[in-house]
Write a protein that binds this ligand. Structure first.
Ligand SMILES: Cc1cc2nc3c(=O)[nH]c(=O)nc-3n(C[C@H](O)[C@H](O)[C@H](O)COP(=O)(O)OP(=O)(O)OC[C@H]3O[C@@H](n4cnc5c(N)ncnc54)[C@H](O)[C@@H]3O)c2cc1C
Length: 387
């Protein structure tokens, strides 16, 4: 089955993923939301450094949030292919914020998989409605790769934990109502469900100014003796945080790869269309042998990435995707994403450097994929250790 095109010149990727009519209906609805309600506001949201709460609410109303969670918690019990469809459409539309995949595929599953019944009942329906926006806070100014070295502490004091520390580069940090916070406790690293509303001793910084992804905020978080109830400890047992983070990073890397492959395909589709129109020396740019060869190389690599991605998605759905495979996938697809988008920008000439052209935004928004979700050097460490 093929995903329908969404932009002029967009070629539907051939996929062997078992998309069903309900996935395609969901894809259509996501596309309509993105095109009608996000694309026209993109510049305003970029200016503000984030998408507004109303966009999250609307996404919640439409069923675009936490749809993979059980129905009992406001979800639709959907599979990962719905997340794939949403991510692909978001990339094709050029809409970064609201960062729905982070909310849906990264934050909510911590609550679903490791939370107790009360935590799930409190958090998940609110996240599904877009009433609460989720974030995950691991990274600190002193280091993001070496997670064991984090210094944020949560000290037990009666019925509460007292949290002190500093996190940085946190996506959705400025708008988050619910933060999955990693902190050192007596029993090792633990995760906490921190509700930010009215929390004394908590503050977030202004959205950090960054190279790309302007409509999604990335911020610092400050905890100064912030008191959270003991019931905020995820799953109620200390010391499980590191293993929980490692387990969940597999899916985060898989979804990063979905975004990378969608970006590659979007960049190529736009570049094929552009070079077929643009003329130089009396002929179409696509008719220069250099352009054709470059595009042929990129198209071949795009296919390799898609095949690898789909194999990993199938293994994930069968519960058999390993951490090493997810690391290889993230490494390969994000490295190629950056190479191919750069080659595509080159084929646009000077227009490629203009923000008015989507290829320039794809280039800016792509650079981070080799750094976050575990840098690509850390991916090589994971792969190397398994050899
Ligand atoms: C836009 C954006 C959004 C982000 N969102 C989030 C978020 O929502 N939540 C969150 O917790 N974090 C988030 N991050 C943080 C991100 O995950 C980290 O930046 C990343 O893990 C790298 O950590 P670091 O920046 O501290 O770099 P460092 O760990 O200081 O690494 C610096 C360099 O050294 C390399 N390096 C480190 N260790 C090794 C090693 N063992 N072997 C070889 N090379 C090594 C790294 O690859 C890198 O090239 C985000 C970052 C950005 C920029």
């Amino acid at each position: 089955m093929t995903a329908p095109p969404s932009a002029p010149g967009d070629r539907a990727p051939v996929t062997i993923l078992p998309f069903q009519p309900e996935h395609e209906m969901f894809r259509d609805m996501a596309r309509r939301f993105l095109q009608a309600e996000c694309v026209p506001n993109r510049e305003a949201w970029e200016e503000a450094g984030m998408a507004p709460r109303s966009a999250w609410r609307r996404a919640g109303e439409l069923g675009l949030l936490c749809f993979r969670q059980p129905e009992a918690y406001g979800g639709q019990g959907a599979d990962i292919l719905f997340s794939v469809a949403l991510m692909e459409e978001q990339v094709r539309a050029g809409v970064v914020g609201p960062m729905m995949s982070l909310h849906n595929d990264v934050v909510a599953p911590y609550v679903e998989l490791y939370g107790d019944a009360a935590q799930k009942a409190r958090v998940l329906p609110r996240m599904a409605a877009g009433e609460w926006i989720g974030a995950i806070a691991m990274t600190e100014p002193g280091g993001g790769s070496d997670l064991r070295g984090m210094t944020t502490r949560a000290r037990r004091d009666g019925d509460e934990y007292v949290v002190t520390g500093h996190k940085t580069f946190i996506s959705n940090g400025a708008c988050a109502d619910l933060i999955v916070l990693a902190a050192q406790t007596e029993g090792g690293i633990s995760l906490f469900l921190v509700e930010t509303a009215g929390l004394a001793g908590f503050a977030h910084g202004e959205p950090l100014e960054k190279l790309g992804q302007w409509s999604a905020d990335t911020t610092e978080l400050f905890f100064d003796e912030a008191r959270v109830p003991a019931s905020a400890l995820l799953g109620g047992v200390e010391g499980r945080g590191f293993a929980q983070l490692m387990a969940r990073l597999v899916e985060e890397r898989l979804m990063t790869a979905v975004g990378a492959v969608a970006t590659i395909e979007t960049a190529l589709a736009r570049t094929i269309a552009y070079t077929a129109e643009r003329k130089a020396f009396g002929q179409r740019v696509i008719d220069f042998q250099n352009s054709r060869f470059r595009l042929a190389e990129c198209q071949t690599e795009a296919m390799v990435c898609r095949v690898f991605l789909e194999r990993c998605l199938m293994k994930f759905m069968a519960g058999r995707l390993t951490a090493e495979e997810a690391a290889m996938l993230k490494l390969r697809t994000t490295e190629q994403q950056n190479r191919i988008v750069d080659a595509c920008l080159q084929l646009h000439g000077g227009y490629g450097y203009m923000l008015e052209y989507e290829i320039s935004r794809l280039w800016l928004d792509s650079r981070i994929s080799r750094i976050y979700g575990g840098s690509n050097e850390i991916m090589k460490e994971i792969i190397g250790r398994s050899l």
